[in-house]
Design a protein around this ligand. Structure first.
Ligand code: ATP
Ligand code: MG
Length: 429
């Protein structure tokens, strides 16, 4: 026997029984994006490696060790996108969407990071990304937070998540704070791990973002960023809080929240849960006013976030509305004998024409009535339509209710569409 193939570690198949939950989540997200007036942008999955190096930052987990990068035949270094913001800004600059304009955009799709696979952490995972360009104030940040809060409510997971917010200040306040951090961590150099030692000279703020539990106490005792934030950023942050409170959103201020990527300034936020073990952040974002310029465009204020769909699904299929979703047809059409099988195809097409909302499965592959009824039952359809020689002769079809105790009916072909809608009590048009 030949050896079987297996999917790449950390890259998952989404199987038929999982698809209903994915589709329900995606449909809900699409509806929310329309409700809030955000427009979809689709970017390629592959970009030049330099784009991610320059935007995400050289000294980040992603760029240092998580990117799938290769040299293609024309000697370009290319990378599978590890996130969407860089591509979105690149596309915005390239197509003139950013300068002197306002844009509210979203995208959804797979991202790739070479991480250690575990529950909630995969090498191919999916994100919804939302970005707003051309808005300076905290209002747009509040809007984005409200949008996510609405999503948690609709998914039935609002009680499982907590909003953490922080402000990073402007670049001058970050620079001043950076010096203090270097001083602090240098004094405690002996306690740092390898990653943190490297970051001490290149990007000390990132030490605060370390996931190493051994560093927790040291990080707790480090100087606080909040004491070094500039006045304008403080006012921005105060206004954000005022608007969140007025909108009924509770939050905690988490002054250890610095985010893993380099491009943030002022507001950063994360929605966290304690229901998913170590992978507690389901949605993260903030303001990144400097990124467009950093990527060669005009200065453009920007605010956005990304959510990890696998983590959201894990929550919403455990405790929320996506638990036990089944994706069953309405009707299973049973046909026995050549004449009935032929007529079944004709009737089914007629029904699909007249009832576009009807979900109709035609029995294929024959079988006696007993076997076909078994398949109908397993399909979880509400109704079995039955066509045999007698029905073909009389131009009728038998209607059997599979889930409720209701007498069998006989319907004429000519009136099948309308009778079916009545029998099911559903609008099928
Ligand atoms: P983490 O701290 O969990 O590594 P991150 O800071 O690297 O997250 P972001 O780059 O902010 O994550 O991505 C936004 C969201 O995408 C995360 O909050 C998470 O929900 C999801 N996410 C990130 N990496 C993965 C992954 N490898 N597998 C599944 N989801 C992920
Ligand atoms: Mg990460």
């Amino acid at each position: 026997m030949k050896a079987k193939f297996q999917a790449i570690k950390g890259m998952n198949d989404i199987l038929p029984q999982q698809s209903p939950a994915w589709q329900a989540l995606e449909a809900l997200l699409l509806r929310l994006m329309r409700q809030y007036g955000y427009a979809e942008i689709r970017m390629p999955i592959v970009e030049k490696t330099a784009l991610f190096k320059r935007s995400i930052g050289e000294v980040t987990d992603i760029v240092e060790k998580e990117m799938y990068t290769w040299t293609d035949l024309s000697d370009d270094s290319l990378t599978l996108r590890p996130e969407g913001t860089a591509s979105c800004v690149r596309a915005g600059i390239e197509h003139g969407l950013l300068y002197n304009q306002q844009q509210k955009l979203w995208y959804m799709g797979p991202m790739f990071r070479r991480e250690n696979p575990q529950k909630g952490r995969y090498r191919q995972f999916h994100q919804l990304g939302v970005e707003a360009f051309g808005y300076q104030g905290p209002d747009v940040e509040v809007e984005q937070i409200l949008l996510t809060a609405r999503l948690w409510r609709e998914l039935g997971i609002a009680d499982d998540v907590v909003l953490h917010i922080n402000t990073l200040g402007d670049s001058a306040s970050r620079a001043a704070y950076r010096d203090l951090l270097v001083e602090y961590f240098t004094t405690h150099k002996a306690q740092l791990d390898e990653d943190s030692l490297r970051r001490l000279s290149s990007n000390p703020l990132r030490i605060l973002d370390s996931k190493n539990p051994a560093l927790k106490a040291l990080i707790e005792a480090a100087p606080k960023l909040s004491q070094h934030v500039d006045q304008a950023s403080k006012e921005h942050f105060a206004r954000l809080q005022e608007m969140l409170t007025a909108a009924g959103i509770s939050y905690v201020i988490n002054d250890r929240l610095v985010r893993g990527l380099d491009y943030y300034n002022r507001t950063v936020f994360e929605w966290m849960t304690d229901k998913l073990g170590a992978q507690g952040t389901i949605c993260a974002g903030g303001r990144y006013d400097g990124l467009a310029e950093q990527l060669g465009g005009q200065a453009t204020p920007a605010s956005g976030f990304a959510m990890g769909l696998e983590r959201i699904l894990a929550l919403a299929t455990e405790s929320g509305v996506l638990a036990d979703l089944v994706d069953a047809p309405d009707v299973y059409l049973i046909a026995m004998g050549d004449a009935a099988e032929t007529q079944a195809m004709v009737l089914a097409e007629q029904l699909r024409e007249q009832c576009p909302k009807l979900r109709l499965v035609v029995n294929c592959g024959g079988g006696n009535f007993k076997k076909q009824f078994k398949k109908a039952d397993r399909s979880q359809a509400e109704i079995a339509l039955v066509l045999g020689d007698d029905e073909v002769a009389s131009g009728t079809v038998g209607v059997k209710f599979l889930r409720v105790d209701k007498a069998q009916q006989t319907l004429e072909w000519s009136a099948l569409a309308s009778s079916l809608a009545t029998a099911m009590g559903k609008d099928l048009k």
